[in-house]
Design a protein around this ligand. Structure first.
Ligand SMILES: Nc1ncnc2c1ncn2[C@@H]1O[C@H](COP(=O)(O)OP(=O)(O)OP(=O)(O)O)[C@@H](O)[C@H]1O
Ligand SMILES: [Mg+2]
Length: 473
């Protein structure tokens, strides 16, 4: 972070200073007291399990210059009414202090982190870039990421999430983006939004926040990078004065950034010809699944707008690795069983994308799908699980040897799969991951492919990891 005194910190956040006004905060701002660094700031927030205020003294003992708190603590502090809002105000101060930094925001229902990680690996070729670790995309993670910027920073590549209207607008006020990427409008958190039109309204707040198109290149005008394959995303063009750039993974589509001749290797890694206004170049992604093609195109479009040349874009995409865990991690055991760990999260679209990848990787072998529940779908939860199960049985057909639903909320998957009369695989409901492992234990043989996927709360990543370890033993 750029250094600020405690007096400045109190002024910026509208807080009350309890400590030496001249003390400087120069280290990282953190909300996890175990991650405090010397001269940093510890922001105390009350979580579900613990209250950061209880760790205020420990944070200062570990070197923090002060604590940002919402109730009195026995160490140097700035007392505010709302700690996340104070973090937002501080982040906005940092952004305003660094006018040369170019800010890009990425949103969508699925693929934000994957795209952000790809884009960051491209933009880093242009200069010092700050991007969030993992999925730091909400009212805490977003300002904490922005606060890592300093005078050396040239680019911010940010991930913006929403669970309701106004959330993305708020994040855009903290770090006003000039470049906005919208990936898709899907059913993630559909229960909280109440329908796809509401999701589109919320995601479109990103393009509404962009500045109007500039007259001349480099004049600071905004750029909205939209997925032409998603009608709700493309329609956002009418909600912004920014210049529109489109990308599309559909063959022959009309968009500025496209993929042609897309094919997947035996582990589901896409290869394609990248088509941009600069020309074309071959790309071989190291990420798995066809759904990473649009993500790569979005990253390419952003990098192109920031000035990265075509060769660097194609090379950068082909070199980019998965920086965040449990999204389509594909591992092969010594005994020839392949495990796809996609357990980071799940919603109807990402389950379909994962099943498509499973279908591809399975080839002529047998597939097993260990699926936990998709959270936060509200009224459409049951029907969505049934549809996902039906899709699994349809798309994999006889190759799907087993469908294992983990937890009662995931059970409708099985009913859905049984709707496909031609499917005769094993449909099993189990209580937890350990039971899923037992079901698989004596069945797996060389050539089989196992997909493990669920929402975060189900914590099924351990199932995939145990499957990989089992063979190593
Ligand atoms: N374009 C896409 N379409 C469908 N599914 C996708 C797409 N991109 C990624 N996924 C899948 O969605 C899941 C989450 O990916 P990722 O973490 O990139 O998304 P996210 O939008 O950041 O999610 P979150 O809302 O949890 O932050 C993974 O299982 C991934 O394989
Ligand atoms: Mg994410």
């Amino acid at each position: 972070m750029i250094p600020v005194s405690l007096a400045q910190l109190a002024r910026i956040t509208g807080g009350r200073l309890d400590g030496d006004p001249g003390v400087m905060v120069s280290g990282e701002v953190v909300i996890d007291s175990r991650r405090v660094s010397p001269g940093g700031l510890f922001a105390a927030v009350a979580g579900e399990r613990s209250d950061g205020h209880d760790f205020a003294a420990a944070a200062v003992a570990a070197g923090a210059a002060a604590v940002l708190a919402s109730r009195p603590v026995p160490v140097p502090s700035v007392l505010v009414t709302d700690v996340p809002a104070a973090l937002g105000a501080l982040a906005r101060f940092v952004v305003d202090s660094l006018p040369g930094v170019r800010i890009a925001g990425i949103t969508g229902s699925s693929g934000k982190t994957s795209t952000k990680d790809l884009a960051a690996q491209l933009v880093e070729r242009l200069g010092p870039t700050i991007a969030p670790a993992g999925s730091f995309n909400n009212e805490f993670g977003h300002p904490l990421t922005v606060l890592r910027a300093d005078t050396a920073t040239r680019y911010l590549v940010l991930e913006l999430s929403a669970r309701g209207l106004g959330h993305i607008a708020y994040l855009c006020r903290i770090a006003p983006p000039r470049y906005g990427v919208v990936l898709n409008v899907g059913h993630a958190h559909a229960g909280e939004f109440g329908g796809l039109d509401q999701v589109a309204r919320a995601k479109g707040e990103l393009v509404e926040a962009l500045p109007a198109a500039g007259g001349l290149a480099g004049s600071g005008g905004g750029v909205a990078i939209l997925n032409a394959d998603d009608p709700r995303v493309l329609a956002m063009a009418s909600r912004t004065g920014a210049r529109i750039v489109t990308f599309s993974a559909a063959p022959g589509a009309a968009a500025q950034v496209r993929a042609a001749d897309t094919r997947l290797d035996e582990l589901g890694r896409p290869r394609f010809t990248l088509l941009t206004p600069q020309g074309q170049a071959p790309v071989a992604l190291r990420l798995h699944g066809a759904h990473n093609v649009p993500n790569a195109l979005a990253a390419a479009a952003l990098a192109h707008e920031l000035g990265l040349g075509l060769a660097d874009i194609a090379d950068g995409l082909s070199a980019a690795v998965a920086r965040s865990r449990w999204r389509m991690e594909v591992g092969r055991r010594p005994d020839g069983v392949t495990v796809i760990n996609d357990a980071y999260n799940a919603n109807p679209e990402s389950v379909r994308a994962a099943l498509d990848a499973l279908r591809h990787v399975t080839g002529n072998g047998r597939a097993f799908a260990v699926l936990g529940y998709m959270a936060e779908l509200g009224d459409i939860s049951r029907a969505s699980h049934e549809e996902a199960g039906e899709y699994a049985a349809q798309v994999l057909g006889p190759a799907l040897a087993g469908l294992i639903a983990v937890g009662a909320e995931a059970a409708p998957l099985l009913a859905g799969a049984r709707r496909v009369r031609s499917w005769h695989g094993e449909a099993v409901e189990v209580a937890d991951g350990a039971a899923a492992l037992e079901v698989l234990a004596n069945q797996l043989k060389p050539g089989d492919v196992v997909l493990v996927k669920a929402s975060r709360a189900a914590h099924l990543e351990g199932v995939a990891e145990a499957l990989l370890e089992e063979a190593a033993r």
